[in-house]
Every structure is written in C-alpha cells, then in structure tokens.
Design a protein around this ligand. Structure first.
Ligand SMILES: Nc1ncnc2c1ncn2[C@@H]1O[C@H](COP(=O)(O)OP(=O)(O)O)[C@@H](O)[C@H]1O
Ligand SMILES: O=C(CO)[C@@H](O)[C@H](O)COP(=O)(O)O
Length: 502
C-alpha cells in the first residue's frame, strides 16, 4: 500500500497524518510543544522542539500504528507562517524562533513604511505588519547585533524542519511571500528591499515550488526516525495555503474559515490582478502562479484555549465547549473581543487587548465560554465584511482547524456569517493539504487540483437560522464599537505592563 505523510507544523502542536491513495487518513499522531512569552508581546519557540516532536509523531506512526516505513513514498509539510529561524555558518540555530504572533516589531514596521512607502507594497503586495518576517529580521539587527553578525541563512519553521530531514536549505514560495521580502509577482527575493535595509541577499535561501522535490530523507534523519532514505520530500506550503488546498478552496466562490491558534478567513485568487489596498494579506499560493487573500485574527483558538486553561483547567475540552450551547445567542448579553495578543485584521494594532463587555452578576461560566466563541467569529465577520465590500459572493464557508471539531461553534459560524458552513470529514485541513502536495509530488495525480478533487470530502452542512442571524447582526453592530472605545485604555495598560518590567 502506497502512503504519503502530511506534516502539519502548527503553533500548539505538530500533527502527522499517514494518507493512502484514496485520500483516507489511515493513521495520525501528534505531539504538543510550548510557546514562550518572556515579555509583553513576545512569542517564541525552540526550533529543536519542532524537530523532536515531529520525530516522536513519526516514530509512533511506525511503532504504534504499524505504518511500514518502506510504504511511505513521500512527505510534505504545512507550516505555521512567518516565524524567523536564524542559522549560522554551520547551520546551527542562533536564537529561539520569533513567531508570527510576536508583536515586538511595531517600530520596525513603521520604519519600513517610512523608508519605502508604496514601493514596498507594490513589491510585496502587503503592508508590513508585526507578524511578518522582515520586521523581525530588522529587530534582531537593531537589538541583537552580535547575533545578527553571525547570520548566514534565514528559514521559516517548516523549511527548517525540512532542512533537518533532508539536509537541503530552501524556502518555498507560499511561505516566502509571508517574509515580505519576496517580490510576489516576479517570484524572486527583492534586491531593492535587501539593499534598502542593508541585508545581504545571500541570507535568503534558494526558492522552490510547493510540489518541487527537495530531496530524500537523509541518512542521519533515517537513523533518528525510522524512515527510509528512499522516501521523497517535497517543499510543502504555508499552513493557510495548505489548509486552503486541504479544504478544496480552489475557486473564488468558496471561502475558508480556519480556527487554529490563529484565525483566518481566506479567498482563492486566480491571478495577481486584485487590490485590497493592503487591508488584507495577499500571498503566493501552493499552486504555481495562483494566489490567495486572507485576513487574520491573531488569537482565535488561542483565545478559547487561554480562557479554558485559566478558568476551567480540569474540564474536558469538548464538554467545556459544548456547554456553551446552554447559554443563549449573544451569551445573555455578554460580548468578548479576542484581541488578547494584539490584532491584525481589520485592526493592525499589536497593542490592543481583549475585553469582556456587559458582565452581569447573573452571568455563568457557560455565558463567558459562549461569548468567547461568538467574539472570535465576530472578528472573522469583520474580515468577511472586507471581502463583501469588494463584491465577493461566497456560497459556502469551509471550516477547518481545531475549532471545526465543535458543532456548536460551526452553527455559530453559520448564524454570524449568514452562510452555509461545512466542515471536512476530518478537520485536518492543513495536514491533508500537506499530504496532497506529497501525493501530487510522487505522481499519484497530475496536479494539486486533481488531488483535491479525489481527496477532499465534506461533512455535515450547517445552515443559518434566520432568527439567530437577525440577533447576531444587531450584536455585531455593538461588537464593532468596542475596538474604537477600548484602544486608548488598552494601549495605556500595555505601556503600564512594559514599565513594570523595567
Ligand atoms: N474540541 C474542540 N472544540 C473546539 N475547539 C477546539 C477543540 N479542540 C481544540 N480546539 C481549538 O483548536 C485550536 C487548535 O487548533 P489547531 O488547528 O490544532 O491549531 P494549530 O495548527 O495552530 O496548532 C485550539 O487553540 C483550541 O482552541
Ligand atoms: O500568521 C499567520 C498567518 O499570516 C498564522 O495563521 C500562522 O500561520 C499560524 O497558524 P496556526 O498555527 O494558527 O495554524
């Protein structure tokens, strides 16, 4: 039996899925790792944790699930985006990776725009935001010059993992776009940006397509993991590009809603001929010469996980979320904004923080949980509104990520979006996308689109309930007022937290 492995290198864990030629997940293993938040706005991980956790998951597939290493024809990846991995001359990691949800780089973002203005947006098709990689590189250059002096190569999380499994140093396009150093339309590193910020262009590695062959499993990784050196390894994709493929978002009338650690509302774009004026991210897709547009809620699943860990650490996750159904639409008059690590879309503001508004002496924990679930989707609806304003007509929302495991949350999505929502039979959108890239790479299908036709299968449909839709429209109007009315207070509190540390 031929198999491929899809490695989904997320922010909270890595999940490795073994997939057969019918697109069925025959076995799956995952392993969690930690996020380090040493200062307000900081978010880091140790790249070694990604490698070790992936290896544990692969070992378990082989040793516990009985997957035969010689049946694994190919491996590919879906990776959390933007995280800065710095390597020295010997390809050793120089410092912890600075992640996508780290917002320490507001000053560098302003500086990029001051120095390059519209020409930066024309080249990269994005405005510089704290989460993207270039501001992180500039932060290290300014704040840790002794480390920067040793930098030979920069990589992104899944590209580093692929390097450790094959020995090949490269970055693939959909992830490279999220560095905002890539000239997106010309598919090359921007010499103009490198020159402007005095960065040696040599630190940016060779580029590859998602379905390109990076090599085979190296001797040393084969010994370490139990994999065979004959297994082929393919470029992979940014998690949102991989998620879009795994969710079958291959035409512009479909939209993806992803509730992972972050939240994403994503639209497929057939060409680069679109202009959202930097209000949304616009990146190269995992399908050659295709693109996608998306908005990002920095703390989607993370808001729920934070809330549960803080206020109900002993509860079973499923039971805890399901209990929100016992509250009401609008959580008995309680609103939550999920800005607990800052926000990106529609408010590019690293210093905004979350709020519960309307707390009443009668509110229970179930109301608070419901408010968290609803607040996250109101934030997604803010992104959806940008697409609507540009004339998008979506008939189906495909929901992926850990949050799509919850039927209560899927119905909340249908009612707030006022659209039909479907989940995947297996919610592993990014992991399936990664497996589909490998399946295309090994030649099971001619194109990623053909693989998607064979592999994607949708589960139950959730239809909007008109009464709930009406209530949510009114509540969303109230929700939208919270950002403007809490921004100044939030910024003051962030300044206070920073002062306390000095
Ligand atoms: N049973 C569940 N119901 C609803 N949400 C869940 C459930 N289990 C996990 N989640 C949410 O899914 C998120 C993780 O999703 P995942 O796609 O695995 O993230 P990542 O790829 O960023 O690691 C968690 O932050 C959590 O809030
Ligand atoms: O920063 C972004 C996209 O721009 C995030 O979507 C990251 O790619 C992390 O994804 P998850 O771990 O939440 O899947």
């Amino acid at each position: 039996m031929g198999l491929v492995l899809g490695v989904d290198l997320g922010t909270s864990s890595v999940k490795v899925s073994a997939v057969n030629q019918q697109g069925e997940i025959v076995a799956q293993q995952g392993f969690d790792y930690q996020l380090s938040q040493p200062k307000p706005g900081y978010s880091e991980q140790n790249p070694e944790d990604w490698v070790t956790s992936t290896t544990v998951a692969i070992d378990r597939l082989i040793l516990k699930d009985g997957i035969k290493a010689n049946e694994i024809e190919g491996i590919s990846y879906s990776g959390q985006m933007h995280g800065l991995v710095l390597l020295d001359d010997n390809n050793q990691v120089l410092r912890p990776a600075i992640l996508w949800n780290d917002t320490r780089t507001t000053a560098q973002c302003k500086e990029i725009l001051n120095q390059m203005g519209q020409s930066f947006i024309d080249i990269t098709r994005n405005v510089p935001l704290e989460g993207f990689t270039l501001p992180k590189i500039l932060w290290v250059k300014e704040n840790e010059p002794q480390i920067f002096a040793k930098v030979k190569t920069i990589l992104l999380p899944k590209d580093y993992l692929r390097y450790r499994m094959t020995g090949d140093l490269a970055m693939e396009y959909s992830d490279a776009a999220g560095t905002v150093v890539l000239d997106e339309e010309n598919k090359c590193w921007s010499q103009a940006i490198a020159d402007q910020f005095d960065l040696p262009i040599s630190i940016f590695p060779k580029l590859m397509e998602s379905i390109d062959l990076a090599g085979t499993i190296s001797d040393s990784y084969a010994t370490f993991s139990g994999l065979k050196t004959t297994t082929k390894v393919f470029g992979g994709a940014a998690d949102n590009a991989a998620g879009a493929i795994g969710a079958g978002i291959l035409s512009s009338n479909m939209v993806m809603s992803s509730i992972g650690t972050s939240g994403v509302v994503l639209k497929y774009e057939d060409s680069a001929d679109v202009n959202y004026n930097g209000g949304l991210h616009f990146f190269n897709h995992a399908i050659p010469n295709k693109y996608y547009t998306m908005g990002v809620t920095l703390a989607a699943g993370y808001s729920l996980s934070w809330f549960k860990k803080t206020f109900a650490p002993e509860a079973d996750f499923n039971d805890f979320v399901t209990a929100a159904a016992e509250s009401t639409v609008g959580a008995n008059g309680l609103l939550f904004t999920p800005y607990i690590v800052g926000e990106r879309t529609p408010y590019p503001d690293g210093d905004i923080r979350g709020s519960f508004i309307g707390i009443d002496g009668t509110h229970t924990q179930k109301d608070f949980t419901r408010a968290v679930l609803e607040g996250i989707i109101f934030s997604f609806a803010d992104i959806m509104a940008i697409f609507d304003a540009k004339g998008s007509h979506f008939d189906t929302v495909v929901s992926i990520g850990g949050g799509a495991k919850s039927p209560v949350w899927l119905q909340i999505q249908a009612d707030i979006f006022n659209k039909k929502v479907v989940s995947l039979v297996n919610e592993q959108g990014p992991g399936m996308g990664a497996a589909m890239i490998a399946a295309t790479g090994v030649g099971w299908f001619d194109s990623v689109q053909d693989t998607a036709k064979a592999f994607v299968s949708y589960g139950k449909e959730y239809l909007p309930n008109p009464e709930n839709v009406q209530k949510y429209q009114m509540l969303h109007t109230l929700y939208k007022k919270i950002y403007g009315q809490t921004a100044e207070i939030s910024h003051g509190l962030m300044a206070y937290r920073r002062d306390q540390l000095n």
